[in-house]
Design a binder for this molecule. Sequence first.
Ligand code: FAD
Length: 401
Amino acid sequence: MVIVGAGMAGVQTAVALRDQGFTGPVTLIGAEPHQPYDRPPLSKAILLGKAEDSAFDVDFAALGIELRLGVEVTGLRAADHQIDTEAGPVPYDTLVVATGAHPVTLPGADGVPGTHLLRTLDDAVRLAPVLESGHAVVVVGAGWIGAEFATAARAAGCAVTVVEAADRPLAGALPAEVTAPMAAWYAESGAELRLHARVERVEPGRVVVSDAADPAAATEELPADAVVVGIGARPATGWLADSGAALDPSGALTADDRLRTSLPDVYAVGDCASFPSARYGTRLLVHHWDNALQGPRTVAADILGAAHQPYDPVPYFWSEQFGRFVQYAGHHAAADTLLWRGDPAEPSWSVLWLRADVPVALLAVGRPRDLAQGRRLIEQRTPVDPARAADPSVPLKAAVR
Ligand code: FAD
C-alpha cells in the first residue's frame, strides 16, 4: 500500500487502514521534510503564537507505517503499478493519491520580496517575524485564509489592508446577503477592507490596485511591508499530467463514490479529489479538513472490501475569524429558501437553507448548537417547519415537522 501526500488525508488513510485491520506494508510518501502536521492551526494558533507546531499525534513506527518524507513524487505509471520519485521508482499494489492542493499565486507577485502565501508550515514560520514587526500588511483576497490571516495580523498590532476584487468578502463561497454582515467584521477589528480592488502589480514595499468597478479610475498605491496572497487553492495533481488519470477541469482527480480514480488500484482523497454526491446531485470538490478526515475511512474500507456505503458526506468546515467561530455544513447551491436565525448585527446568528422544507445547508456564527443539530437534520433529510426554524429561540431539533 503506497500513499502519496503526507497531509491530513494521507495520514488518515494510513491510520484508517491499520484501524480497519490491514496488516500489509504501508508506505507514506510526502514532499515536505517535516513530521506530518495539521494545517488549520497554521492560520490560527501558530500565527497567533499560541502553539509552536501542529504535528499529528500519530506513532507511525508503532503502527508499522513507513514514512518517507522530503520525497517528491513526479509521475505515475499505472500499467507498471509504479510511481516515480526523485529517489527512484516505487512499486505499489494499491496507490492512494492524497497530494492536497497548492495555493493559487498572483501573476507577477511570485518572488517579489515580502510576498507570502499561507499553505505550509514553512510559510507560517516565514510569516511569524512579519507579525512580530507590527508592520503594514496588505492581504490579497477576502476569503477564509485572508480573513484568518487578517485576524492574526490585527491581533499582532499590524496595520492591515485587505484587498478584494469582488464586491464582498467570501464572494465565491456564500450569497451576498449572508456575507454583507461579515464585511463589517473587518472594520470592527481595525482592518481596512477594500472591495472592488484589483491588484495590478506587486512591487517591493507596495501593492498597486485599480478599481474593478470603474476601469477609468486612477490606480492607487498601498504601502506594504509584507503582502499575503490568499486567493484560493488548486488540486496538486500536476505530477499526474501524463498518467492517463481522469482529471476535472479544476485539476482534481475525478473519483467515483468509493473514491476510486479512473486508473485501476488508484484511489484519491482529500483536497486533490472530486467525488459525485448523490445527496446534492452534483460533483463536489471539497477543500476542507473534515473531508480529509472522512474520505480516508471510505478508501480504507473499500480497499479492504468492506465499504458498504458510497462516500456521500454532508461537507463541514469551520473558520475562526475576528473573534468569531464560523461553521458551515452542507451545500446550499440547490436550496429554494434561506432563513435567518437571529440578527446578523448581533454576535451570534445562523442561516439555514431549505429545499422543499428539508435543511440542505447551515451557516452558524457563534451558534455551535445550531450547527450540531442542523447538521444532523441535513444528514437525515428531516423536514422542518420554516416558521419555527426561523425563530432563534427554538432549538432547531424542536423545529422538526
Ligand atoms: P494537504 O494538507 O495539502 O496535504 C497534501 C500533502 O501532499 C502536502 O504535504 C504536500 O506537500 C504533499 N504533496 C503534494 N504533492 C506531492 C507530490 N507530488 N509528492 C509528494 N508529496 C506531495 N479547513 C477547515 O475545515 N477549517 C479550517 O479552519 C481550515 N484552516 C486552514 C488553514 C490553512 C492555513 C490551510 C492551508 C488550510 C486550512 N483548512 C481548513 C483546509 C484543510 O487544512 C485542508 O482541507 C486539508 O489540509 C486537506 O488535507 P489533504 O491531506 O487533502 O491535503
